[in-house]
Design a protein around this ligand. Structure first.
Ligand SMILES: Nc1nc2c(ncn2[C@@H]2O[C@H](COP(=O)(O)OP(=O)(O)OP(=O)(O)O)[C@@H](O)[C@H]2O)c(=O)[nH]1
Length: 308
């Protein structure tokens, strides 16, 4: 048996490294991360800009440990929170061994994807191109897109994949497993994410809020796990606070006679039970905290840099 408590894994011939996934909002980064790591570590929703901080997923392929850095979508920043997300995303790319640019092939290289490609030139790490969502488009169009992207940036390799179906993903893993440098593993073998459990639990609740409320609640809800208590008998009691910016938003989150928050809580609890493989008692509270998006402390908690 392998010693999972020892992250060094000094065994011969191991390889390891960091791979930054960058791409425009909705390119499919979180979906791909989950597909490659094989477990849900990064939240996925149909809304853009749901990933706020860098989340790592760790995959083992052959003798290589591949640490994925899922970056917030890189886009033209408008609000302060947006600017923090973009700064953090490019920081993640500069620290990585390999940068993987994910492009929504259906959308092509327009808008945000174009801005990213223009900026990629300044990044000196080896870069690979992943054309995603090939389940949705014709092969001829893909080839044109691949040529267009490679004319602008020297990619080491181009892959055509579907993060959703897993098509082409094995080729990406084979490539990364060979391309990353020799060295000891960074994490114990059984660790899929270094995102603290409390934060992951908060992300799950935040995902349920988005899925439930769609447009009604803009990007102003923030969830914090305040209490995490392992109970006798193997269950866990988790208390979370959902912070909103205005009274009106609090009413929306609560819903008529508390129906909305109950549904959010139930969905989050089910997913947590599944993830933790234990019984979960989840308690949600809604609080108004005006202007939390201007508070440096909240940024630090989310692992973001505060743009002055
Ligand atoms: N058809 C299809 N849909 C996909 C594929 N990959 C991702 N999607 C969908 O695209 C949407 C966005 O995916 P995400 O993984 O959340 O995208 P993201 O790049 O992490 O987005 P942000 O968190 O906003 O940066 C979701 O509805 C996914 O189901 C794919 O290969 N095929």
């Amino acid at each position: 048996m392998t010693d999972t408590a020892n992250p060094a894994h000094a065994a011969d011939n191991t390889r390891s490294g960091f791979v930054a996934l960058i791409g425009a909002p909705n390119a499919g980064k979180s979906t791909l991360l989950n597909q490659l790591v094989g477990a849900k570590v990064s939240i996925v929703t149909h809304k853009v800009q749901t990933t706020r901080s860098i989340i790592r997923g760790v995959a083992i392929h052959d003798r290589t440990q591949i640490v994925f850095v899922d970056t917030p979508g890189i886009f033209r920043p408008r609000r302060r929170l947006d600017r923090a997300m973009v700064t953090t995303a490019w920081g993640g790319a500069r620290d990585a061994d390999i940068v993987a640019l994910l492009v929504d092939a259906e959308r092509g290289i327009l808008g945000d994807a174009e801005t990213i490609i223009a900026n990629l030139a300044q990044i000196r790490q080896p870069k690979i191109l992943l054309l995603n969502k090939i389940d949705r488009i014709k092969r001829e169009k893909l080839l044109v897109l691949a040529a267009e992207a490679n004319a602008r940036v020297p990619f080491e390799r181009t892959f055509m994949i579907s993060a959703l179906t897993g098509d082409g993903c094995e080729d990406v893993m084979n490539y990364l497993a060979e391309a990353l440098p020799e060295g000891p593993w960074y994490y114990p073998e059984d660790q899929i994410s270094d995102l603290p459990m409390r934060q992951l639990a908060a992300e799950i609740t935040r995902e349920k809020i988005y899925l439930r409320l769609h447009q009604e609640l803009p990007y102003s809800a923030h969830v914090e796990t305040e209490k995490w208590e392992e109970r006798k008998g193997g269950s866990v009691r988790i208390e979370q606070v959902i912070y909103v910016e205005r009274e009106g938003q609090k009413k929306i989150v609560l819903g008529h006679k508390g129906a909305t928050i109950r549904a959010i809580g139930q969905a989050a609890r089910e997913e947590l039970c599944h993830l933790l493989e234990q019984k979960v008692h989840l308690f949600l509270f809604v609080k108004v905290r005006e202007n939390w998006s201007d508070d440096p402390e909240r940024y630090r908690e989310m692992g973001l840099e505060f743009p002055g």
